[in-house]
Design a protein around this ligand. Structure first.
Ligand code: HEC
Length: 459
């Protein structure tokens, strides 16, 4: 996790250069000549976090540069009429209409047929959307074309039987104004000053979306025909498959999945959030290719008592588990074969086949006491054999954890199902600990040490 410090400084200066208004003149040093030159710059109204961690050199790169949307609202804006419309659709009986309404809400002002220039949030004339800061840090930090972070691994045959290459997904997520208001409570200044330990959750009507891309193409994954492509600055090994190719390259990536999360008061008894995912199916042939995203399903709970194990990591068909009562999977014949999650709970094509949306997201807490996945936890909880009843240890990851409640009660602060918020705090503390040893003393936060300076003391 060692992004060179000088690179971070570059990011911060780039961030300053990308400020909205030009109101004052300051003097900056020209890095090439060493000469001081006057330059127009101003500080963003609120904060101004680094925009990205990886970028082509300014001499080589000609395209548009990603800009973090971090001018978070100070006041709770309350739900607008489109959010109220979403919250009036019954997500259980009318799940497809609910997903469609959220999709339209996310697309409005963001998704155009100028695909490369879509989802630059600053262009949106309909409503404001916000990014979570501090995703630029570390080896999988944001790239500077579209703000994509490197996500989980994509194993061979996970997406289609003809997929032989392995790779990683790349993704960017964003929150509506209600979500932005909550993010601003954690990130109210560049250094969080532990105010994040008082986080009290997202307001009802918070809508979050995340677009996921892969460098794979339709020759291996047939439903990626007619793709929505972006140029991205990604790891070479994700293109060549050669582990030692650890530099970054400019390479196209294709949209494969869109995730949504809605804080919906009607889901309060099962966690308070509704999760949904869409898969890209180019065979649908819509003229506006964004409309080729079709719903995979929806979930509002983890079915905590349903413990019979099954999984389908290299799918040739989608297996729907009719005994689940808190997941609904689309039974359309147009749906490409999906692996889904553990025992067919909801998961998207590039998600882990032994998990589920709400399983991973229920672990959103800081400090990170339990891993997002049971099989990577310490101690490790092995994947239960197919056909057997899962242990109670395994089912800890399939509880319906109430929103705003930590996964490990008494040991951490809940981030209310937001894993990006967790990652932002984790990244910041790690950065601060690396650079200013002892100041945040993160190295002593676990392994039985009781040092939690200015922070939570759990025992
Ligand atoms: C293996 C664990 C895992 C699974 C399974 C998973 N996610 Fe996530 N998700 C993450 C992590 C980690 C992040 C934060 C990092 C990032 O976005 O790059 C995240 C981020 C997100 C975000 C951005 C908001 C946020 O801050 O949390 C959304 C929206 C989202 N996921 C939705 C979903 C949906 C919908 C599903 C199921 C279809 C799903 N996720 C399944 C781990 C998971």
């Amino acid at each position: 996790m060692k992004t060179p410090y000088s690179f971070l400084a570059l990011c911060i200066s780039l961030c300053l250069l990308s400020c909205k208004e030009t109101t004052s003149t300051s003097v900056v040093e020209d890095a090439t000549s060493g000469a001081a030159q006057p330059m127009a710059a101003s500080v963003e109204d609120r904060i101004g976090f680094p925009d990205f961690g990886f970028m082509e050199s300014p001499e080589t790169y000609q395209g548009r540069v990603f800009k973090l949307s971090d001018d978070f609202p100070y006041k709770n804006p309350g739900p607008d009429k489109d959010v109220e419309a979403i919250l009036s659709i019954d997500f259980k009986t009318d799940w497809a209409a609910y997903m469609q309404a959220v999709k339209e809400y996310v697309f409005a002002g963001n998704a155009s047929t100028d695909y490369e220039n879509s989802f630059f949030l600053e262009d949106n004339k309909i409503r404001d959307w916000y990014h979570v800061p501090w995703q630029h840090w570390g080896p999988n930090g944001r790239e500077g074309f579209h703000g994509l972070t490197q996500e989980g691994p994509v194993a061979a045959k996970m997406l289609a039987p003809t997929q032989t290459s392995t790779s990683h997904a790349y993704a960017v997520g964003f929150y509506n104004d209600l979500g932005g208001y909550a993010i601003g409570k954690v990130w109210n200044k560049p250094e969080p000053n532990y105010s994040f330990f008082e986080f009290d959750g997202f307001p009802d009507g918070t809508v979050v979306a995340k677009l996921l891309y892969v460098p794979l193409e339709s020759n291996e994954v047939p439903y990626l025909e007619n793709p929505v492509s972006w140029d991205a600055y990604i790891y070479k090994y994700d293109v060549t498959g050669v582990k030692t190719d650890t530099t970054r390259v400019k390479h196209p990536v294709n949209l494969i999945q869109m995730d949504i999360m809605v804080k919906d008061p009607r889901a309060i008894s099962t966690g308070g959030w509704v999760f949904g995912t869409f898969v890209y199916n180019g065979a649908l042939g819509n003229e506006n290719r964004w409309n080729n995203l079709m719903p995979v399903g929806i979930m509002w709970g983890n079915d905590p008592t349903n413990n019979k194990s099954s999984y389908n990591p290299t799918p040739t068909e989608t297996i729907i588990n009719k005994t689940l009562t808190e997941t609904i999977i689309n039974d359309s014949k147009d749906l490409p074969a999906m692996h889904l999650g553990w025992a067919s709970r909801l998961n998207g094509p590039v998600d882990n086949p032994y998990s589920s949306c709400m399983s991973c997201h229920s672990t959103a807490q800081y400090p990170v006491v339990s891993n997002i996945l049971p099989m990577f936890n310490n101690p490790k909880v092995p994947i239960p054999e197919a056909g057997t009843d899962a242990s109670s240890e395994w089912m800890r990851w399939f509880r319906n954890v109430p929103c705003e409640t930590p996964f490990d009660k008494g040991k951490a602060t809940s981030f209310d199902y937001s894993l990006q918020l967790v990652k932002s705090v984790q990244n910041y503390i790690e950065y601060a600990s690396n650079n200013e040893k002892g100041l945040y003393s993160e190295e002593y936060w676990s392994n039985g040490h009781k040092i939690r300076r200015n922070a939570l003391v759990s025992e």
